[in-house]
Design a protein around this ligand. Sequence first.
Ligand code: ADP
Ligand code: ZN
Length: 742
Amino acid sequence: MMEKPQRTFGPVYLEKNFQTGALVSVLTTEPLNRFLDYKAPEGGCDLGSFLEVPLGPRKVLGVVWSKGSGTFDINRIRSAYRELDVAPMTEDMRQFLERAAEYTLTPLSAMLRLATRAPGLSNPPSMQKVYRLADASKGTQTKARAKVVEVINDFGGARFTLSELASQAGVSASVIKGMVQAGSMIEEQTPRDLPFPDLRPDQTGKALTSDQATAAQALRKKVRQGGYGTTLLRGVTGSGKTEVYLEAVAECLKQGQQALVLLPEIALTSEFMRRVEARFGARPAEWHSGVTMTERRRTWKMVGEGGAQMVIGARSALFLPFRSLGLVVVDEEHEGSYKQEEGVLYHARDMSVLRASLAGAQVVLASATPSLETWANAQSGKYDRVDLTSRYGAAVMPDMKTIDMRAEKLPASRWVSDELARQIAQRIEAGEQSLLFINRRGFAPVTLCRACGEQLGCETCDARMVEHRFQKRLMCHQCGETKPIPQTCPACGVADRLAPVGPGVERLAEEAQSLFPEARLRVLSSDLFGSARALKQAIDEIAAGDADIIVGTQLVAKGHNFPKLTLVGVIDADLGLQGSDLRAAERTFQLMRQVAGRAGRSKTPGTAYLQTYQPDHPVIHAIVQGDEEAFWKAEAREREAIGMPPFGRMAGIVISSTDLALCERAGLTLARNTAELVALGAQVFGPAPAPIARVRGRYRVRLLIKAGKAAPIQAVIARWVAQVPQKGDLRIAVDIDPYSFL
Ligand code: ADP
Ligand code: ZN
């Protein structure tokens, strides 16, 4: 018998604190910047109830936030239409949205939109027809039918509605109907949203090493005790962090609470789902852009009702309506992709901590190379810290070496040094894999006209176009615009003098293939795969040994496990150190350690070579020495001395408009009226043209605010920015704790 959970899940029985017609104050998803009073619908409602309410001629979604304000004329207040068939929003979720809105300077209605991003929430409870696989071998085997089977298998045997399955598989509905008739598919009526199968935390996991067991015990204990706390789980790649935090998840599930695991990259989810299934006997819920609409809605609803015990998701999973959250794991917590850079600007790691602190849940931040923010919080005792010191099994961390490129006399347009080429040759000989890493998509970063010196640029951005040879197009990495590669220079009209300058991943692949014509070569770059599925397949094939040389961008740095890989060659270790970004050193350190960590993940030890023109640079030294504590201490000292995050606070302001003069005037208005900020001890820099001064035809002007760590800058910034009159298409975006300075 399983231990009886302390909290049980099931349908939500409501107290109706507001009777039919009682006044309630409602937050809608409309950008109104205020709450609206309504009369409670037929049957009453409660705090947190989701309502459908009239707004002008429309029906909109809203949540009961408090009792009515009573400041409106009672006769003019309209009745809510009805309460939706979804679990009411918990109090801690409402607090979370309020606090997150305040912190990120986002309107609360925009936060509510983030928290209700599922289709059909207002649909009535009902049955639907779904299709699932019965026996793929039945009936005639056609290409179209095989496609359907493949899609179902890709989604882990999921059930689909007819239209969704047809569109995912790119076949007509009649193909699926035909399969039902042939007996290879089953059509059935089910309630629209079913609970997820039970996960069994009592199943025994892998036998842990003593190092891992100690770490797992520490995490389990914190989860058992309950309440809020954050722990940094640090361990080199391959040390078994995942195995360890799955133990914390097991404890959380045993307590009858819900667990959320955030991953930085969708491509990692399918391997992770397999591991969770092996550990807990069933698949948890998934939440990211690759999940079907039907499943999104089901996940959203079931998380709210407690019919989903565990969610694996991208950063936005943080806004799911967990009913009883016990644990949030942020895997690879240092990853830049956790910062949302469009729309609502938030950092999923920081918001996880906020959410957990309000919900009384534990947070585990897992990383081989933590962010300086997290490292400093652990140093100061704000977070606990648990370390895994060695790789699991026979695997050891790779040897790290530099190749001094000043001594290598490479001909023009060649990037693989002789030393590195020799190493690759040895690996091919031994039947092992080599990874060549360059953090640059495309063929060449610059296309230059050798007649006039023109560099081909984007028409609407202040950025150069990047040649993508596989697609035979030039692409702007700012706006995504592409155009064919011209024969003649658009500036001087001379033909056939356009030449690529500098290496990108595609060009490096070309060089590697010419050096090793017999080798099986694979290129891994995010833009080369049409779907997450195609990418996953390529990764699986490489892991199975189907490549001698892998040429990749930072896509390969994350989490993938290639057992045959024993050599990593970093083509340009200096690349990330250029530029004035405050995190340049930290990022280079993390990325280089992470990429190097791909080598030697099984029995054969690995080696990583860093090609560099500055082998004596302190960061390159730290990477090669592998003395991580020393690196963080030095980096922390430097940032502290100049009051930079995490020892001070920053906010970035981007003013944008198609009208440059409007941007400049707004910037000056702000720069001239800083009294309140200055009174807080803050410094204001700018206005200045942003490093990318124009994107999609909009000019961009930046200001930067630097303040003390504890300075309450948000409210002051809100008032400060509000001084600028709203004119034309002027937009002012405030980025608290910015990661991008472009
Ligand atoms: P990390 O998350 O630190 O990179 P993982 O948890 O992915 O490490 O572990 C690396 C590899 O070692 C995985 O294939 C994992 O299954 C395996 N592994 C780790 N610990 C154990 C263990 N105690 N028993 C069996 N396999 C383990
Ligand atoms: Zn562009």
